[in-house]
Write a protein that binds this ligand. Sequence first.
Ligand code: F6R
Length: 615
Amino acid sequence: MCGIVGYIGTKSAVPILVGGLKRLEYRGYDSAGLALVQGNGKMIVHKCKGRVADLEKLLEGKDSSATIGIAHTRWATHGEPNDCNAHPHISQSGRIALVHNGIIENYRILKEALKAQGYSFNSTTDSEVLVNLIEHIQKSNNCTLLEAVQQATKQVIGAYAVVIIDRENPNQLIAIRQSSPLVIGIGNDDYFISSDAASVIEYTHDFIYLNDGEIAIVGRNEPVRITTADNNSCRVDVSKLQLSISQLEKGGHAHFMLKEIFEQPNTLHDCIRGRIDKATYTPVLSGVRDNRKHFLDARRLIIVACGTSWHAALIGKHFIESFCRIPVEVDYASEFRYRNPIIEANDIVIAISQSGETADTLAAVELAHRCGAFVYGICNAVGSSIARATDSGTYIHVGPEIGVASTKAFTGQVTVLLLLALTIGRERGIVPEDRCKQIAKDLLGLPQVLDSALKQVTPEAKSLAKIFTYAHNFIYMGRGVNYPTALEGALKLKEISYIHAEGYPAAEMKHGPIALIDAEMPCVVIATPDSTYDKTVSNMEEIKSRGGKIVAVVAEGDNLAAEIADYVIVVPRVDECLMPIVASIPLQLLAYYIAVNKGRDVDKPRNLAKSVTVE
Ligand code: F6R
């Protein structure tokens, strides 16, 4: 949800800012812009509707000598995507400019008050209100920019990461963080401010992660200072981030999504590495070991997440309830945070988030803390807000996920949830040792299984995609752990192809949705072997007898479901716990190839952004 970059140093700012924006485009791509202060003290702003590529065109032939600047790629919250609403926004006098990620909730009141003071506005954004508020405070109190920023943060309500540039002080940037991510990269003789450290990883691996309520003064040739609205100085901690550029490139694939689908054998290898003792097939999660008492005493687990992470949570519920016999509730983070949830002593809240920045999930973590819960995080992005806000946790370690549709993060989350359930189940003496060892052994072999699954299902997914490219609706069905897999398959299809798709527990069909079935309604059924296989087969018969077209995902050696289905995708036969991971592969590929056939922008689907930092 909007990406911010700032630069101050000795190099030309433009290529650094534009390069950073390109890497941040997964956060929003409605419009892009930058502001520079040149050596002569002149503020230059270039911005336009569209992608960073459009901004690049706009910049062709323009002066790029400035060594300080701020830049932004937008996901619109207030005001339609157009040139005027694009960031940076400049104050009325033209002295200061800012870029903003987040929402100023009380912007209407502030705007009215500023209008009464003679301010007029060019855009319909909340961000333009903030820049004028800062200017107004500075002018009326005759104070420094920092003092004005400190006072302004006391007046605004909402979530924001902001970087401010002042044409009268070309040696300083000011950065503020409140519930939206912001990091400062430390170069040799320069600083890089960004919404995501990965965007500037070619310049530095050393980062300062700002905390909520912190204001950073990033000055040329001086150490970064961090303060608060009340002028209390804060500690400046520098962390190392290990990440390579190749992890941020497409590696020869047409899209990041395809690269990420095909990476899954490796990403799951990384996810599992060091977490299963290969001699004894014992799962070891340090987050559980270090907090053994919490997990032994737990009476209930509440998992909070959004989107794909919520689907992984539903699968995790099956694992935890069956291997640990602890009741598990799964809640949308956005519902949990406004529901006055009941959290009792010995409840554990688990937050799942790929980005670690989802505003609702972060707010749910904060609420759980206020209610006294022990909060465990399952994140991908190292050093992210949720990873830092939780008491302990497990990284899924699948590497940066750049395609907006989540793929490898989902399979990583399911894998970690399985390891978590087995580890807690063992500690509590619930999961039988031989069952635990068997699954652990199968998990170690999973990367190889995924490798064969990818080879096996890709041609099938491609040819099915040709048949169904022009379908208007899809139903996905499954039972047990395959129901959340169906939900995830439907989400993949709708978000990147814009085809309407719904996921249902197969038995629910006859309670209403079966009315939708006719020859025009493709039904994707996950009919892999488990305790409900026969029931799923009966549900398929019901669809078939109403003329529905069935695509069945079945395991090798299946002949019952395969015979009823019109089209079959065969996946390797694995333990039912691992099936959501294996069965997801053809669903990801089917969605991908349909979207490609429709000419969709697979990595940047309309209206979406990868990191949902506003609620
Ligand atoms: C779907 C997708 C989203 C995210 C959701 C939560 O493909 O990517 O539904 O899963 O926005 O994001 P995280 O996991 O970053 O909290």
